[in-house]
Ligand binder design. Sequence first.
Ligand SMILES: Cc1cc2nc3c(=O)[nH]c(=O)nc-3n(C[C@H](O)[C@H](O)[C@H](O)COP(=O)(O)O)c2cc1C
Length: 184
Amino acid sequence: MKVLIISGTPKREGLSCSCEEAALAGVISAGAEGEVIKLCDYNLTRCAMCGDGWGTCRDKHTCIYGDDGFNEIQSKLAEADLLILNTPVYWGDMTEIMKAFFDRFRRCEAFKGSESALADKNVLLIASPGGSGNGLISCLEQMERVCRHLSAKIYDFIGVNRWNREYKLAAIKAAAASMVKSIS
Ligand SMILES: Cc1cc2nc3c(=O)[nH]c(=O)nc-3n(C[C@H](O)[C@H](O)[C@H](O)COP(=O)(O)O)c2cc1C
């Protein structure tokens, strides 16, 4: 079984990276294969809103700028059995790169119905705000909206901050393992 962890943090260490590591540890502990995709490792472009708003995304379910790594990630998402989305909270939302990726991905997948890459797939949502802790709920809400448009099933919503970090990292590991076991 393959679990894809999509990470929106630009950092190599810090709270969001700890969440990513906890999720991967949970996946592996349950006997599944995990792969982390750090979106910042790609040079992804933003949606160009081709034509009068729709491009090939609507009918062909592909992005004409997909050679930037988008096609590769789109295929990995389709092949994965389970998905974990992990992002720091920026401006009460996902990071800009994660938002930009899912803006494109949603266009390509939303009209595929039951053929959509995430249709009926379980997804674990993880968001980590910083010092203020503000914006966690709105960030998770945006992530939820993307999942709903893609017909994914949300397994859990986990918010992690500086002061709950210890027990929430344990919860992430447990949730990832539980999600794997739920379809094993
Ligand atoms: C552009 C930007 C916007 C941010 N917006 C918020 C925010 O709305 N709420 C919040 O609590 N933290 C915010 N932060 C802080 C991050 O969420 C913080 O970095 C987060 O705790 C992840 O921790 P990490 O950077 O150690 O991974 C922001 C950080 C940046 C760079």
